[in-house]
Ligand binder design. Structure first.
Ligand code: PEP
Ligand code: MG
Length: 627
């Protein structure tokens, strides 16, 4: 329940997607309607039933209207959730039992529906199946709509909002965000979630500021409150005074002009001052994001997450549907390459028919490649779709959550079988399609030298790798302070993976969010990674610092970092290094993480020899042969 109006109240959460924004709160408060309870006279019964049925009809109309207004085809395909809500509105248990309550108990419609919900709630709670149990929240969502219609309250439909708002919610599921017109969302605030939760990743990829893990946001904020959020520092101000607003807006203006400046780097190659060429690519979840990826200077798609194709629908995507999507991906990014990761379902994303109900610990459960190797029919359909699309551009396949050699061999065997089928049917595909393994489980990084013989490239997924190495749940805000990308254990692992890849002559990429932080990117450069993939918006600022740095100096920095024993020692050394190299550009943020902000100062141009030879020479000096 929202409490009294807060004035100039500061709260702190996790800065999950950068940017400062001021706007009115749009509270997604599905279950927070105060209900009047009234006894009615017998002669009022018919009128009350009519009022209830009218509210049901209004709810149907509203949902249909929302459905029709989804213009984006990609989003429309995921509108299944609205159909579920419409089905609930037709449910006789919901309607008839409420009507019976009005008639028999002689109570007003709100009370009658509430009594019915209590009964349904008990029934839902007893359901074993997680998916069906989840539908309980849909029931609540729908009933909150009916209640609002009964009470004649304004609806929270994001589609109806004319100006931008800041969405405030306890949590946001992918289904929630799909229903929103994201053009009207200026920012996201949630009580739970962390820096690498999917709301965070989605916000960053759409360039929408977000502060997550605030814990108390929905209890302190009222719908319509004026908010300022700083998605970098994690600061949120409720109903700021004029002085506070002005200082935030001033900071916003400064950052905006820095961003404009940094965007100039988007079209330049990511090459260090001493000529080492890095490939900066984008992580995306929808083909439509390619536009943003290109605008921010991505030289390809380093990670195309395919989960969204499978989510919020009752059926599975067909081979044809997947082929068309992957083909659009290949064609739109061409001649640059795109890496398609096979389904990484599980963890925090689930398919309707494959419940997480039995999993105490889904992050370590039947997810990603484990799921694909169990449900081989689903896996083969996806592989056929990808292979067919590979005839239309430069695609690579990436297998997620590989924990050992057997998994990669099994996945490759299935891929070969699918290839044979296509060849037999004379369907074209790229016969030299490169195969990669995500390195995100400690067992895989440990045997990177062995795994490197099995694949064409590695892609290090630090979002999960850090979670498993440090035993930090990536979506748990209570332990997010322990999520330390510069932990000595993480750096040792990356060093070993790079060395193993190097020795086997394969390329090594990083696609975890760590690459998007300029000061971490400097460390990753020194560790010798070939490709960095990140949310599109971060590419220009990372490109800029890479272009301003010397590879040989970052090597020395990294060597020095291995002398330290704690993450904080390493962080302070990196911070010091950044301040020395970029005195005007590096600003220490208020939060624990390192943040670089780029001023509009122009930097001296660096003209040095081409990257490839330089890099080869470097590795030769280290006694490692490279192609
Ligand atoms: C990762 O784990 O680093 C990664 C890129 O994959 P995801 O965030 O989709 O789990
Ligand atoms: Mg992962």
């Amino acid at each position: 329940m929202a409490v009294h109006q807060q004035i100039n109240k500061f709260i702190h959460g996790i800065g999950a997607s950068p940017g400062i924004v001021m706007g009115r709160a749009y509270l997604v408060e599905r279950f927070k309607v105060r209900l009047p309870q009234k006894r009615i006279r017998p002669e009022e019964v018919d009128g009350e039933v009519e009022r209830f049925l009218k509210a049901i009809q209004e709810s149907r109309n509203q949902l249909n209207e929302i459905k029709e207004k989804i213009l984006d085809l990609e989003v429309r395909r995921h509108s299944f959730i609205l159909d579920v809500h419409l089905m609930i509105l037709d449910d006789q248990m919901l309607i008839q039992d409420t009507v019976n309550n009005i008639r028999k108990k002689k109570v007003n419609a709100e009370w009658a529906l509430d009594l019915n919900l209590e009964k349904l709630d008990i029934a839902f709670k007893a359901i074993e199946d997680e998916y069906l149990r989840e539908r309980r929240s849909d029931l609540h969502y729908v009933s909150a709509r009916i209640f609002r219609n009964l009470l004649g309250k304004r609806h929270d439909d994001i589609t109806k909002i004319k100006r931008k708002v800041i969405v405030v919610a306890h949590d946001l599921s992918p289904a929630d965000t799909l229903q929103m017109n994201l053009n009207h969302v200026a920012g996201f605030i949630t009580d739970i979630g962390g820096k690498v939760s999917h709301t965070a990743i989605l916000s960053r990829s759409l360039g929408i500021p977000a502060v997550l893990g605030l814990e108390v946001a929905t209890s302190l904020i009222n719908g319509g409150d004026l908010l300022i959020i700083d998605g970098e520092t994690g600061e949120v101000v409720i109903n700021p005074t004029e002085v506070v607003s002005q200082s935030f807006l001033e900071r916003k203006r400064r950052i905006k002009s820095m961003e404009r400046e940094v965007l100039k780097y988007a079209s330049l190659p990511a090459e260090t001052c001493d000529g080492v060429r890095i490939h900066l690519q984008a992580n995306i979840e929808m083909v439509g994001e390619i536009l943003s990826a290109k605008a921010h200077g991505a030289e390809g798609i380093g990670l195309y997450r395919t989960e969204i194709l499978y989510l919020n629908r009752k059926d599975l995507p067909t081979e044809e549907e997947q082929f068309q999507t992957y083909r659009r991906l290949a064609e739109n990014i061409s001649p640059a390459p795109a890496t398609i990761r096979t389904l990484d379902i599980g963890g925090d994303k689930f398919l309707p028919d494959y419940s997480k109900g039995n999993e105490m610990n889904p992050a370590m459960g039947l997810r990603a490649i484990r799921f694909s190797l169990k449900e081989t029919d689903i896996f083969k359909v996806q592989l056929r779709g990808i292979l067919r699309a590979s005839a239309f551009g430069k695609l690579r396949i990436l297998f997620p959550m590989i924990s050992g050699v057997e998994e990669i061999r099994k996945a490759k065997d299935i891929l070969e079988e699918v290839k044979r089928g296509l060849a037999k049917a004379k369907i074209p595909f790229d016969r030299n399609l490169k195969i990669g393994a995500m390195i995100e489980i400690p067992s895989a990084s440990d045997i990177a030298d062995i795994l490197a013989r099995e694949v064409d490239f590695f892609s290090i997924g630090t979002n999960d790798l850090i979670q498993y190495v440090l035993a930090i749940d990536r979506i748990n805000e209570h332990v997010s302070y322990l999520y330390e990308p510069l932990h000595p254990a993480v750096l040792r692992i990356i060093r070993w993976v790079v060395q193993s890849a190097r020795r086997a002559g394969i390329r090594v990429a990083i696609c975890g969010e760590m690459a998007a932080e300029p000061s971490y990117a400097i460390v990753l450069l020194g560790l010798g990674l070939d490709e960095f993939s990140m949310n599109p918006v971060s590419i220009p600022k990372v490109k800029k610092v890479l272009r301003m740095s010397r590879f040989d100096e970052t090597r020395l920095l990294v060597e020095e970092l291995f002398q330290f024993s704690t993450a904080s020692e390493i962080e302070s050394r990196v911070r010091q290094w950044m301040v020395e190299r970029f005195p005007k550009d590096f600003v220490q943020s208020h939060t624990k993480g390192l943040t670089i902000s780029i001023s509009h100062r122009s930097f001296p141009a660096c003209k040095l020899p081409a990257g490839r030879q330089h890099r080869q020479a470097f590795w030769k000096r280290k006694g490692v042969e490279v192609e």
